[in-house]
Design a protein around this ligand. Structure first.
Ligand code: ADP
Ligand code: ZN
Length: 746
């Protein structure tokens, strides 16, 4: 075979398409796909990525030669390159930009890579099992030690320093106190530590069957997708870990994706304590150097197991054998800027490219995944019962229409937030020394302020939303743009008194503190846990049972395993029900089921109380009976009848403009252009809109959207191509983006 003289190259610039370059004599036959190149581009040079041999393009333009090869080993392995090519096409994003976005800093500039991998890693090891009282007045030290304990007692210094700012100094102080030992260790590829902490000796029968199916699949090799549908507390993590052990023992690489690392230190802890230090932990707070080092460690094959958030789907795990997506239903797997990918979907594509086993795990699988099971594309593994046959928590409904009727005369405040049955259940739980979680999916004190005379609400000047009152900051804050101001004393229009309506976490916390003055109460939301340090410390102190009642947003509904929690109260089940989003019911059901699943995970049974103004609503009713299958069947029938995903493919075209009229004009123009090219209605391609977005203004920008639905992505592609062609004629003051398989509809 003669060496190709032409190369197809993706250029790391916001330009679509592949470019053809001449391969200089010296490079012929030596180029490898994924290698970074320096190529002439425009009037200068740019970084490019070699994709493969090219044929002479039509029109015989004069081609320029590649200037230089930047890496010996390709920056990207072949399966990641193939994944990015798929993603760029599917999500309609420039390939070169997509590749650049996936690479760690240090490989994104057009220069030769520097070796970042150090010879020696430094570790901190906890020498105590808990945080001693002596650290009460040293919160930074307590946080660093808590982090170490949460991840299994030992972690690289770098990692702790990333999670907790200033941890290097703090750890030295801890070492001086004899609470922590600092160690240096030479990098030994693939070494496993003998910790094996917390590895249960026996699996449950259901776990055993699931592990058996996965190991058989790993032995057989080849692409095999699974749904691991296990109720909350059924021990899904142990199934992932056993499968990972098996894959590693076979010399294969593993990739574990999780929604948010800071929120799930327990999972990282379990992975670390099982596999020691030969794990790359990839999260958003990593520093440039560490990200590069983790990448190179994987690329060199020194590390074969990566745990990370959505962007880790592009991590260069060598010889990928197993991919796990934990809590696969979680909305955070969708990237909402630049390359707008769904990491769960890409995980399956990557596994297919690599010929790997992929496990999507959840107690509340997404309807997309469920539909794939029902069509026979994925195999379902089920864990129906909790570990040790612990019962599912009893879920009871509290009908707020009966408990909190509006008072006849205007009341300055709303009636009490917690129904008497909640208060007595909390009382009882606390008296037994057990813990309580209160869930309310709104931050702040009151979520809207309304004039009791003229009815006007206090709104953000730049966004189409109400301001939230934050008592602790003594301010009103916009949750969309962050604008804050003093709490107005009266209605700006008529001077009437303002009613504080809509309950947020702060309000619940205040009420709980008043009702239970001796209980230790903490709040978990973006305000209270602003940084990783606070968050880690909060979760750790709740796990250590230093907090009795935890009040929080959906952050409390994640995969936490707190055995002391026997009571979960949903303060208001309805907050996400009425959102103008076809996934509102599904999202509500997920949140309720997940938060309910935090109760009764230890030896004591759990109880869940759900307050709601819509007790008949499907997601609420199905949560009461732990009826995932019933919910899914009903919801799928509804989606089918209205032609929503998973029965259609969707793409959103979103517009954001400085000027309201101009934005509307552009939206209508694009709408007309697309409408002209719509195929006959019988083909099932539909356009909804263009219309103002549900939140019509954010940060002073006017927002419009247009939705396309069709039976396949291919049916949508010509319409999206038309949108892209239109964008070239659109003034730069209107930003147009295409979002394929959109997540949130707001
Ligand atoms: P899930 O993710 O399914 O909600 P976890 O993986 O967090 O559940 O497991 C719940 C609890 O049960 C954890 O504390 C875990 O350590 C424990 N566990 C898991 N498997 C076993 C087992 N086979 N034997 C004993 N305990 C187990
Ligand atoms: Zn605002």
């Amino acid at each position: 075979m003669s060496s190709p003289a032409l190369a197809s190259v993706a250029v790391g610039r916001p330009v679509r398409g592949e470019f053809t370059y001449l391969v200089p004599e010296v490079l012929r036959g030596s180029l490898l796909p994924g290698q970074r190149l320096l190529v002439p581009f425009g009037r200068g040079a740019a970084m490019g990525f070699y994709l493969g041999p090219a044929v002479q393009p039509e029109g015989a333009p004069t081609l320029k030669p590649i200037q230089k090869v930047l890496d010996g080993t390709p920056a990207l392995p072949a399966d990641v390159l193939a994944l990015l090519r798929f993603a760029a096409e599917h999500y309609r994003y420039p390939l070169g930009e997509a590749i650049r976005g996936a690479l760690p800093p240090g490989l994104t500039a057009a220069e030769e890579a520097k070796e970042a991998a150090a010879e020696v890693d430094r570790f901190a090891r906890a020498l105590v099992a808990g945080v001693p009282d002596a650290l009460r007045r040293a919160p930074a030290q307590a946080a660093a030690l808590s982090y170490l304990l949460a991840v299994g007692g030992r972690a690289p210094l770098e990692e702790v320093a990333h999670a907790i700012p200033g941890a290097r100094e703090t750890l030295k102080k801890l070492a001086a106190r004899g609470l922590v030992q600092l160690e240096a260790e030479e990098r030994k590829p693939g070494v496993r530590e003998g910790l094996q902490q917390g590895r249960p000796e026996r699996l449950t029968a259901e776990q055993d069957a699931a592990v058996g199916a996965l190991t058989a699949s790993l032995d057989a090799g080849g692409f095999a997708p699974f749904l691991l549908h296990g109720v909350t507390g059924s021990g899904k993590t142990e199934v992932y870990l056993r499968a990972a052990e098996h894959a590693l023992a076979r010399g294969k690489g593993c990739l574990i994706l999780v929604p948010e690392i800071a929120l799930t230190p327990q999972l990282v802890g379990r992975v670390r304590s099982r596999f020691g230090t030969s794990v790359a932990v990839l999260h958003s707070a990593l520093k440039d150097r560490e990200r590069l080092r983790a990448w190179q460690g994987l690329r060199a094959g020194e590390v074969r197991l990566a745990v990370g958030v959505r962007s880790a789907v592009f991590a260069p795990v060598p010889e990928l054998g197993l991919v796990v997506v934990d809590e696969e239903h979680d909305p955070s797997f969708k990237q909402e800027e630049k390359l707008r990918y769904q990491a769960r979907d890409l995980a399956v594509v990557r596994a297919r490219n690599a010929g790997a086993t992929v496990v999507l795990g959840s107690a509340t699988p997404s309807l997309e995944t469920l539909e794939n099971v029902q069509r026979g594309r994925y195999r379902r593994l089920t864990l129906k019962s909790r570990v040790d046959d612990r019962p599912m928590p009893r879920v009871e409904l509290v009908d707020l229409r009966l408990v909190r009727p509006r008072q006849p005369t205007p009341a300055p405040e709303e009636p009490p937030i917690l129904a008497p049955v909640l208060l007595s259940a909390m009382e009882e739980t606390l008296s037994r020394g057990q813990q309580v979680i209160l869930f309310i999916n709104r931050r702040g004190h009151s979520t809207f302020l309304v004039c009791e005379v003229c009815g006007l609400s206090v709104r953000c000047r730049d966004c189409d939303v109400c301001l939230t009152h934050h008592l602790s900051q003594r301010r009103v804050v916009c949750h969309y743009c962050g604008a804050a101001g003093p709490l107005p004393e009266a209605c700006g229009d008529c001077g009437g008194a303002l009613l504080k309506l809509g309950i947020g976490t702060e309000r619940v916390e205040a009420e709980v503190a008043e009702r239970f003055p001796t209980a230790r109460v903490a709040r978990l939301d973006r305000d209270a846990a602003g940084n990783a340090e606070r968050l880690t410390e909060l979760l750790a102190s709740f796990a250590r049972r230093e907090v009795d009642i935890l009040v929080g947003t959906q952050m409390v509904a994640k995969g936490h395993d707190f055995p002391g929690v026997t009571l979960v109260c949903v303060v208001l089940a309805d907050t996400s029900l009425a959102l103008p989003d076809f996934r509102a019911a599904e999202r509500t059901f997920h949140l309720l089921t997940q938060v309910a699943g935090r109760a009764g995970r230890g030896k004591d049974p759990g109880r869940v109380l759900v307050q709601s103004y819509n007790p008949e609503a499907e997601p609420v009713q199905r949560t009461l009976h732990h009826d995932f299958d019933g919910f899914a069947a009903q919801e799928l029938a509804w989606r089918r009848s209205l032609a929503y995903p998973p029965f259609t493919r969707m793409a959103a075209v979103r517009l954001e403009g400085e000027h309201p009229e101009q934005t509307a004009r552009v939206a209508r123009f694009i709408g007309e252009q697309v409408a002209r090219r719509l195929p006959p209605a019988s083909l099932g391609v539909r356009m909804l809109g263009p219309a103002p977005a549900p939140i019509a203004r954010i940060k002073g920008k006017t927002r419009w959207q247009l939705l396309l639905k069709g039976p396949t992505h291919a049916a949508l592609a010509p319409l999206l191509a038309r949108v892209e062609a239109c964008v070239e004629q659109v003034p730069s003051s209107v930003k147009v983006v295409i979002d394929v398989d959109p997540g949130a509809m707001l």
